[in-house]
Design a protein around this ligand. Structure first.
Ligand code: PEP
Length: 247
């Protein structure tokens, strides 16, 4: 039995004041939510998240992590640093990192491995562009993105979370239909089963891409959709909570 996870990706949004209001709103009803809840906040706000969310049932994490342990990597943030601020998870391979920062599949795999080695749960994002979908290449793209990750993490399969985020659905208001999303999630599950049939059943597969209060219930009803990675709607406490209650 997989506990559903609803994780917010705040992206590069927020301020001390706005975050305080948002987190207070989420905490207001978090106890009634059956799903596990997490928010992935910009790195400068990790201390604030730690101070506000400690002791609550909302976990927090970051949006990226270095593949390196430490050293001369200006601008990067290590897994050990994230741990010092109480993070339990970190997004790796978000499509915005892949496209704006040219992160490739191997780098994403190394980041996932580094996160796991440090005790953080990597939320590994995969997903195709509109062009790739139109070419019928969705399965091939997801397989290409996920294979190095699965190779890099070896026997620790059950400790990762995978988010299927079709690039054409992120921040666009276009959502994959529940059936489209389930089809890809089933393909991902099959890939995991090939590696380890038992652990494959424990891995949570999140859907991300314009998940909103009005479409969450149908998406989350699919057998292999175990939660959501929520961008825009996670910036509004009541929308985030409606999605969480849809589990
Ligand atoms: C995301 O960026 O991970 C995401 C799913 O964004 P949105 O919900 O805004 O499409």
């Amino acid at each position: 039995m997989r506990t559903p996870l609803i994780a917010g990706n705040w992206k590069m949004n927020g301020s001390l004041a706005a975050n305080a209001a948002l987190m207070a709103g989420v905490l207001g009803d978090a106890a009634a939510v059956k799903a596990e809840l997490a928010v992935c906040v910009p790195a400068p706000y990790l201390a604030q998240a730690q101070s506000v969310l400690s002791g609550s049932r909302v976990r927090w994490g970051a949006q990226d992590v270095s593949a390196h342990e430490n050293g001369a990597f200006t601008g990067e943030v290590s897994a050990a640093m994230l741990l010092e601020f109480g993070c339990s998870c970190v997004i790796v391979g978000h499509s915005e990192r892949r496209s704006y920062h040219a992160e490739n599949d191997q780098q994403v795999a190394q980041k996932a491995r580094r996160a796991l080695l440090s005790g953080l749960t990597p939320i590994v994002c995969v997903g195709e562009t509109l062009h790739e979908r139109e070419q019928g290449a969705t399965d091939a793209v997801v397989t290409r993105q996920l294979t190095p990750v699965l190779d890099a993490i070896g026997s620790q399969l059950a400790s990762i979370v995978i988010a299927y985020e079709p690039v054409w659905a992120i921040g666009t208001g276009k959502t994959a239909t529940p059936e489209m999303a389930q089809q890809v999630h089933a393909r991902i599950r099959a890939m995991l089963i090939e590696r380890d049939a038992v652990q494959a059943q424990q891995v949570r597969l999140l859907y991300g891409g314009s998940m909103k209060p009005d479409n969450a219930k149908d998406l989350l009803a699919m057998p292999d959709i175990d939660g959501g990675l929520i961008g825009g709607a996670s910036l509004n406490a009541s929308d985030f909570l409606v999605i969480a209650h849809a589990v």
